[in-house]
Structures are given as structure tokens and as C-alpha cells.
Design a protein around this ligand. Structure first.
Ligand code: SAH
Ligand code: SF4
Length: 341
């Protein structure tokens, strides 16, 4: 069966040609899939019944299934999406009351090999990469379910996007062209995979790059992120500077605050020094609890003090709003298994 979700307009045109239908049909079908986000070919009401039947014999809109859906009291929705091989990933839809944006937090891999000590995804190990169609499908599943158009995408779900870069780039191309979501409304978050960052730099990608830094020194960072042993901070910094030079874009530095570990005034000052010559905004993420470790969130007063010290260095600093913690949908809590929820 042909799956229409994830097909570019040109591919649908080629399909129409094979079926002896006009090019215009391709536009209509594309619109049903990406804008109206319907689930069944039979709902394509501007196509004749005969043609819908003919198309249904060889194609479906999607071959995935929403296995579980949970709605948080803050309006965040978490979906467990199942692919035909039985593997599942989680996708989160966030709404913010004061903004018109609808942000989808998508997964790029089933599991993750990077194994950061604070992250539930890493605990489950790595299963496989998602194809670009499987990435795109997460956003279509949200649109079909809610009847709403997603406006922003963040690659902050399960997996390390820069270890599946080809599929992530193809998915971004479809988000741009087929969903009409501008590059600047798309953010890729990475644990710091240097070859991937270098490739994004050479492509001059206009999406936002977010770096999960979490510590300003090698010794502290490697206790949280084994990747620091492979791609260490001085090399990462060089690669980030090159990225900023090539793309002209400001990057985002993500920094988890863990009580008594990386949240002291000394560490804040060390971080300010490390970031001094990088064109960046800083996003502080108070640690979200994951059962497998003993880390704790800092107090509000400690978070504000850390923020204040960093702001003193002249950077823009925000504290990430916690979304969907009551349904384990907050950063780092995604496991991708039905039995975890
Ligand atoms: N693999 C990519 C993207 C997914 S994680 C990356 O690591 O950047 C998205 C963000 O959530 C990252 O900044 C990650 O470090 C953070 N995160 C992971 N576990 C968390 C936790 N328990 N509490 C708060 N943030 C967490
Ligand atoms: Fe993987 Fe990101 Fe989780 Fe680290 S934080 S284990 S890189 S998903």
C-alpha cells in the first residue's frame, strides 16, 4: 500500500500520472493530507466516488496508529504513536495560553544511544532511527486528532536528531514546503554531535539550533553526558562558533538545573565565562523527575539566583515552563512505552 502522508506534491503528481488522473488532483490530495489533515481517502469530498475507490485500492493516508493519548491539566497532549512494525514513540503537543502557537515536540529515533544520566529515553537504550515519513507522521497525527494546524516544531522528543540527520533534514524540508512551517519555527536540539553540527553549518540551515550543554566544564559534564568523552566542550565550542559564523544565527543553550549538582553560584559564573564569546540565548530547564536517579529540582530561589548571575553576563536567559509533568510529558520524561503511563 502506498502511504500518502509524507509524500511531496511532486510524488503525488507522479502517482496521479500513473493513475491517468490530472495534475490538479494532486493539489487537492496534498491539501487534504497536509492542510485539512483527514484520516480516510473517502473523506476527500471533492474527488469523485469512483476515483476515491480506485485510490483506496492502492493507497492509504497513514499506516500508523495513536495507541495512547493523554491530556494534561495544563492542556499539553501526549501521544504514543505506533508504527507498522510495532515500535512506538511519544510526541507532545504544547499550547501556551499567551501565544497563538501550537508546538509539536517530535521524536527522531526509537530510544536513544546517548544515554544521558538524567533522561528517561536514554535509559531504554537505542532501538532504531525513524524514517522521515515517520517523523512527519507524528505532526500529521496531531493535526488529524485535534483538527488544528501545528505552527512550530521542536526536535526535543525521543532520540538524538543529529544521529539521524538525513531523515531529520528530509522531514524539515517537508515541514517547510508541504506544511508551510518556516525554518525559523523549527528547532533542533542536540546533545552536541559535532559532525552533525558541522554539517548543519555547511548547509546554512536557518532553523534554530539548541545545544544541551548542562555543564560548563569537562569533569562535570561527563558525569551527566557520556557523549562529553567523545565530543568534549572545547571542540564543541569551536564547532558552535563555526556554525554561528556560517549561518549568522544565534543558538540556544539548554541547561538543566539539578539541585546541588550544577546549580551553584560558582558554576553559574563558570558558565557565563564559557558562553561569553558565543552568540546565544540561554534556556534553563529545572530538572524533571525521572524515577531511575536521585537528582532533584532546585528551589525557585536557587533557579532565580542562577538566572540572575547569568543575566549579569549580558545574555538573554529564560526558564523553560514545565509542561505536562502530570502525564510524564515534560522534557526527559518520554519513554515511548505504553506501560510507562
Ligand atoms: N536528544 C536531544 C533532544 C531531546 S531531549 C538532546 O538531548 O538535546 C530535549 C531536552 O530535554 C534536552 O535539552 C535534554 O537534555 C532535556 N532533558 C532530558 N532529560 C531531562 C530531565 N529529566 N529534566 C529536564 N530536562 C531534560
Ligand atoms: Fe538522548 Fe537527548 Fe535523552 Fe540524552 S537527553 S539520552 S541525547 S534523548
Amino acid at each position: 500500500m502506498i502511504v500518502l502522508a509524507g509524500m511531496k506534491l511532486q510524488e503525488i503528481e507522479e502517482l496521479m500520472l500513473k493513475l491517468g488522473a490530472s495534475k490538479f488532483r494532486a493539489n487537492q490530495i496534498h491539501n487534504w493530507v497536509y492542510t485539512k489533515s483527514i484520516s480516510k481517502i473517502d473523506e476527500m469530498s471533492n474527488l469523485s466516488k469512483d476515483f476515491r475507490e480506485k485510490l483506496s485500492e492502492i493507497a492509504v493516508i497513514t499506516d500508523t496508529n495513536i495507541k495512547v493519548k493523554q491530556v494534561s491539566k495544563d492542556g499539553t497532549i501526549k501521544y504514543l504513536i505506533e508504527y507498522p512494525d510495532g515500535e512506538c514513540v511519544e510526541t507532545v503537543l504544547m499550547r501556551f495560553d499567551n501565544r497563538a502557537n501550537l508546538t509539536a515536540c517530535v521524536s527522531s529515533q526509537v530510544g536513544c544511544a546517548v544515554n544521558c544520566s538524567f533522561c528517561a529515553t536514554g535509559k531504554g537504550g537505542f532501538k532504531r532511527n525513524l524514517t522521515y515519513k515517520e517523523i512527519v507522521e507524528q505532526v500529521l497525527a496531531i493535526q488529524r486528532d485535534t483538527g488544528l494546524k501545528v505552527t512550530n516544531i521542536v526536535f526535543m522528543g525521543q532520540g538524538e536528531p543529529l544521529l539521524n540527520l538525513d531523515n531529520v533534514l528530509k522531514a524539515i524540508d517537508i515541514f517547510n514546503e508541504d506544511f508551510q512551517i518556516g525554518a525559523r519555527r523549527i528547532t533542533i536540539s542536540t546533545s552536541g554531535i559535532i559532525p552533525g553540527i558541522d554539517e548543519l553549518a555547511s548547509l546554512e540551515l536557518q532553523s534554530t539550533l539548541a545545544i544541551s550543554l548542562h555543564a560548563p566544564s569537562h569533569d562535570l559534564r561527563k558525569m551527566l553526558m557520556p557523549i562529553e568523552n567523545k565530543y568534549s566542550l572545547p571542540d564543541l565550542k569551536k564547532s558552535l562558533k563555526n556554525y554561528i559564523d556560517k549561518t549568522g544565527r544565534r543558538i540556544t543553550i539548554e541547561y538543566i538545573l539539578i539541585h546541588g549538582f550544577n546549580d551553584s553560584s560558582e558554576v553559574a559564573k563558570e558558565l557565563a565565562v564559557f558562553l561569553k564569546d558565543l552568540k546565544c540565548n540561554i534556556n534553563l530547564i529545572p530538572y524533571n523527575s525521572v524515577i531511575e536517579n536521585d537528582y532533584k529540582k532546585p528551589s525557585q530561589a536557587d533557579i532565580m539566583k542562577f538566572k540572575y548571575l547569568l543575566e549579569h553576563s549580558g545574555k538573554k536567559v529564560t526558564v523553560r515552563l514545565e509542561r505536562g509533568a502530570d502525564i510524564d510529558a515534560a522534557c526527559g520524561q518520554l519513554r515511548g512505552k505504553a506501560n510507562s503511563i
